[in-house]
Design a protein around this ligand. Structure first.
Ligand code: PLP
Length: 387
């Protein structure tokens, strides 16, 4: 699916030789994020911190910011970038392997919360705050085991602390009054539907409350339940995550005195971006039809990293040239590797050299996760449409 604004713009870009292009429909983004905000306004519903790593482009941040409570960043680079773009935003800083320099930057740039990933990180933060006479509000990142089958990405492994490791933080906290424990953070999986997300949130809350009780915690009881709201790339651009039902059910989990928070990325921005390019060649090799597109997965890596067929719309331009009719076509890019595939064996009525292909669901984890310099093709252009 493609919005009319984006299609018209794509045709203009084609005539002025500005493809490939990333085109963002900021009006559509505003509509989506404001709808998410409004269902998450029921009493007890979590605060929303947008995970900047999904798409940190400044126009995207500016569009999202009025409808969220804050921004979650995962590196010193993201932190500096977001602080510059949104000087007043509440920021939460997470991510494994934070360096001393990054922790110091977080204190200097006025991060609201630091999500601590290990006892060693906590001890370094204790020293850095003590040496500089600063305080820091922290959340401990929990890594709970449990069945995450069926999720797109289980965040097991090195993220956060398992229940045994998290216990060793209490000693450091006891001797570091400048570190204010504000609760528990968890981001356990990506790709959960609303029911699975609520069940996982209940699991985090049960564990977190019991642990805070056990250590005799008297400070704020905030629970960051993570991101990972499901996005279904095979559902032709339909928003499959039921935000309304999720909001009602997660809000019901909150107890008096607790603040819940979530940090979605993909499910906020993915629907409002397109990677648009043009067909350079059409040919058949060993029984398989290919459309070779300008650009490639070095600019739009999402289908390769997710191993899926990226949804797309063909915009016909009726130019003369090689064509294929009523055959499945594999869409590839200009890279010299058989892995440069956007979508495999896709049914198409016809596709011809000069046609445009607009890949949708390209608004998150797209350009910014791609290895642009591979083969040194010209960079795509970027457009942010507001009306
Ligand atoms: C990546 C990430 C998110 C956002 O995940 P989405 O799948 O984009 O919603 C949130 N929290 C943490 C800690 C992350 O690493």
């Amino acid at each position: 699916m493609i919005t009319r604004r984006v299609e018209e713009h794509a045709l203009e870009l084609a005539t002025s030789a500005q493809l490939p292009a990333f085109v963002y429909d900021l009006a559509a983004l505003r509509e989506h994020v404001s709808a998410v905000r409004s269902v998450l306004s029921v009493p007890g519903a979590p605060e929303i911190f947008y995970a900047a790593k999904a798409n940190p482009d400044v126009p995207v941040l500016n569009t999202v910011a009025p409808y969220v409570d804050g921004i979650e960043v995962a590196s010193g680079g993201e932190l500096a970038h977001v602080r510059e773009a949104l000087p007043d935003a509440r920021i939460a800083f997470g991510g494994p392997g934070k360096t001393d320099e990054e922790l110091d930057l977080a204190l200097r740039l006025g991060v609201e919360r630091i999500h601590v990933e290990s006892p060693y990180e906590l001890s370094r933060l204790a020293r850095i705050t003590k040496d500089s006479g600063r305080e820091a509000e922290i959340m401990l990142r929990l890594n709970l085991a449990g069945d995450r089958s069926g999720v797109a990405l289980a965040m097991s492994g090195p993220f956060g602390m398992d229940p045994e490791l998290i216990d060793s933080c209490t000693e450091i906290l006891a001797t570091s009054p400048q570190l204010k424990l504000c609760g528990i953070h968890a981001h356990l999986a990506s790709g959960l539907n609303d029911t699975a997300m609520v069940a996982q949130s209940a699991e985090i809350l049960t564990w977190g409350r019991a642990w805070l009780d056990r250590i005799g915690h008297t400070g704020p009881r905030d629970f960051n339940l993570g991101g990972g709201m499901a996005v279904d790339y095979s559902a032709s651009d339909t928003i499959t995550f039921d935000w309304k039902r999720y909001a009602e059910n997660v809000a019901a989990l909150a107890q008096p005195g607790e603040t819940l928070r979530i940090e979605p990325g993909r499910a906020i921005t993915v629907y409002s971006g397109w990677y648009i390019t043009e067909v350079l060649d059409v040919k058949k090799a060993h029984g398989q039809w290919y459309a070779v597109l300008r650009g490639g997965t070095m600019q739009f890596r999402t289908p390769v990293t997710k191993q899926h067929n990226q949804p797309f719309t063909v915009i016909h331009r009726n130019q003369p040239g090689p064509t294929v009719t009523d055959e499945p076509v594999t869409m590839v890019g200009q890279l010299c590797t058989p892995k440069d595939v956007f979508a495999r064996d896709m049914p198409t009525d016809h596709i011809t050299v000069g046609d445009l292909v607009a890949f949708s669901m390209a608004g998150a984890y797209a350009w910014n996760i791609s290895h642009h310099d591979f083969l040194m093709h010209p960079k795509p252009t970027f457009s942010y449409l507001t009306a």
